[in-house]
Design a protein around this ligand. Structure first.
Ligand SMILES: Cc1ncc(C[n+]2csc(CCOP(=O)(O)OP(=O)(O)O)c2C)c(N)n1
Length: 549
């Protein structure tokens, strides 16, 4: 019996009044009535098999759809199981509302300090304190998650959930006005662009809604365009697009970014990943950072000017300023750059000698073959590990919503859950989950979820080196024992078939024939390929990642 209780009211307020369409989670006694109330009022509930998977599904769903992610959990262990995914979401500023039941009696087995736990991982703790305050409590948490782009834990004490409630609507959520730059600041940036010979724009996830403005401004000011890994695909099709900056940058992109005399970061944190720990940015380059979150300015890299502003508003104000001045500059858009890009814009333009190992395929050869085989309309979600640059560098994505890269916490095991969330958000696209064998087995609890949900346009690609490759390549050269980070072969194709997948073991490009048939056929089940990849050499971006340890 839920009607008329606080639990019922929260479900109805979110699904009916706030229009929440999709909710992820795992149901226990503490969130049973709430989840039923959500679905009774029109939301779709996606049940995961592990809260860690559910958290990543909600996170990726929010990243790909642009909607608020909503997650519902049982009290205590339901929440602790979700912590790694929630940390990734919090560090990525994913707008995510976590509705977790809460045992408030310290004598309960389920009791923990949920607020303390949330605070420790960068999640904002909040609570529904009483039936009389639920409308305001829910609105506050919902608004903070959505508008301030935060991961918010709204704890729902069991006794409060059970209290009766009169029929009141959820109050409207007030939208904050967007920050815009002062005219003086706009002129300062326009002056810097007018002085610069080689300006480069680095755009992050915070620029995803501003690409047309940024492309226009770059054209007027002669800037080249690049993105952080998480915003890959943003400037697809632009003739001066360098694609990803940082560890995954092509030699041409790294060279051109490395020579820039002005860098403007747009909604981009300028993290060590994007700047190769600062080495991609010349010491004498002017660095300007624009971010809607003032707290993000200058955190990872030195800046000469930090502008707390909505990215699109700042870009538009600069376009107006350029037009007012009647300016249009060639800047970095020279014929020499056109030629350099024509010769090596994409990673696959860079020649390589495939590594040879009996019964194994070079991961670059594999990924290029897949890139040719798979439809262009795709979402690529990657896990963490030595392998992760191969999909990031050799698989194209159609736009800025096509790449799910959950590396803010650099955790292994998040890839499969995030692929499921992405597939739910974009059922019109093929979803590619790129995993290492370590990450695939760590996240294996969601293998069944994809089949159960009928996610038949999901292709799981396991880069199987039968090891924690990142550790092998980190410590191997020092002569340390690798016994604890290498494993005997596991038949991941058989494991997948057991769950109901189409599956294949891949050792050569010819072994991809079943993928071709799967793509061409009825696609009545998802597919997994266990690619036995060569193990001799570390990925070249790994050295960069280790610098952060
Ligand atoms: C949760 C978690 N545990 C451990 C690590 C340390 N770690 C980083 S990469 C890696 C190996 C992952 O192996 P796999 O998924 O097979 O990918 P590979 O490195 O072999 O390509 C490990 C254990 C981590 N980052 N996150």
């Amino acid at each position: 019996m839920t009607a008329g209780t606080v639990a019922h009211w929260i479900g109805a307020a979110l699904a009916r009044d706030a229009g929440v369409k999709t909710v992820f989670g795992l149901v226990g006694s503490g969130n049973f009535h709430l989840t039923n109330a959500l679905t009774a009022n029109g939301a779709r509930f996606i049940p995961a098999r592990h809260e860690g998977g559910a958290a990543m599904m909600a996170d990726a769903y929010a990243r790909v759809s642009g909607e608020l992610g909503v997650l519902t959990l049982h009290q205590g262990p339901g929440l602790t199981n979700a912590l790694t995914g929630l940390t990734e979401a919090a560090k990525s500023r994913t707008p995510l509302l976590v509705l977790a039941a809460e045992a408030t009696q310290p004598t309960s087995n389920f009791y923990i300090d949920q607020a303390g736990l949330a605070a420790a991982i960068g999640v904002l703790p909040d609570r529904v304190t009483a039936a009389s305050t639920v409308a305001n409590d829910l609105r506050r948490a919902y608004r903070t998650a959505l508008i301030e782009r935060r991961t918010v834990l709204l704890s729902l004490p069991l006794d409060v959930q059970a209290q009766p409630l009169p029929d009141i609507p959820m109050p409207a959520v007030q939208v904050w006005p967007r920050l815009s730059p002062a005219q003086e600041t706009v002129e300062q940036v326009a002056d810097a662009l007018a002085r610069a010979k080689r300006p480069v724009f680095l755009a992050g996830r915070g620029a995803r809604k501003s690409k047309e403005d940024l492309k226009q401004l770059a054209e007027r000011s002669g800037a080249l365009l690049a993105t952080s890994a998480v915003a890959k695909g943003l400037f697809n099709g632009d003739p001066f697009n360098l694609d990803v900056s940082g560890g995954f940058a092509t030699p041409a992109a790294a060279e051109l970014i490395g020579d820039a005399d002005l860098i403007i970061a747009w909604g981009c944190a300028l993290s060590g990943w994007t700047t190769r720990h600062g080495t991609l940015i010349r010491e004498d380059a002017t660095v300007i950072q624009v971010d809607a979150n003032p707290g993000a300015l200058g955190v990872h890299h030195r800046i000469d000017l930090g502008i707390p502003s909505d990215v699109a508003m700042a870009a538009r104000a600069l376009i107006v300023e350029f037009d007012r001045r009647g300016q249009r500059r060639e800047g970095y858009r020279s014929q020499a750059v056109v030629k350099r890009l024509a010769a090596g814009r994409r990673w696959r333009d860079v020649p390589f000698a495939p590594e040879a190992e009996d019964g194994r395929i070079d991961p670059r050869t594999l990924t290029i073959a897949l890139d040719d085989l798979l439809p262009v309309e795709r979402t690529v979600a990657t896990d963490s590990g030595n392998f992760m640059g191969y999909p990031a560098m050799f698989l194209d994505v159609p736009d800025e919503n096509g790449f799910v890269f959950t590396q803010a916490f650099q955790s292994v095991g998040l890839g499969l859950g995030s692929a499921v969330g992405a597939a739910i958000a974009r059922p019109d696209r093929l979803t590619v989950a790129a995993l290492g064998d370590g990450g695939a087995l760590m996240g294996a609890s969601e293998l069944e979820t994809a089949v159960r949900l009928g996610l038949n346009d999901l292709l799981i690609v396991v880069y199987d080196d039968e090891a924690y490759g990142a550790e092998v390549h980190h410590f191997g050269p020092q002569g340390d024992s690798l016994a604890n980070v290498t494993f005997p072969p596991a038949d991941l194709a058989a494991i997948a078939r057991g769950h109901g997948y189409a599956a294949a073991t891949v050792r050569t490009t010819e072994d991809l024939a079943p993928v071709k048939s799967w793509l061409a056929g009825r696609r009545d089940r998802p597919m997994l390929i266990d690619a036995k990849v060569t193990r001799g050499k570390p990925a070249w971006w790994l050295e960069e990642a280790f610098k952060g340890h």
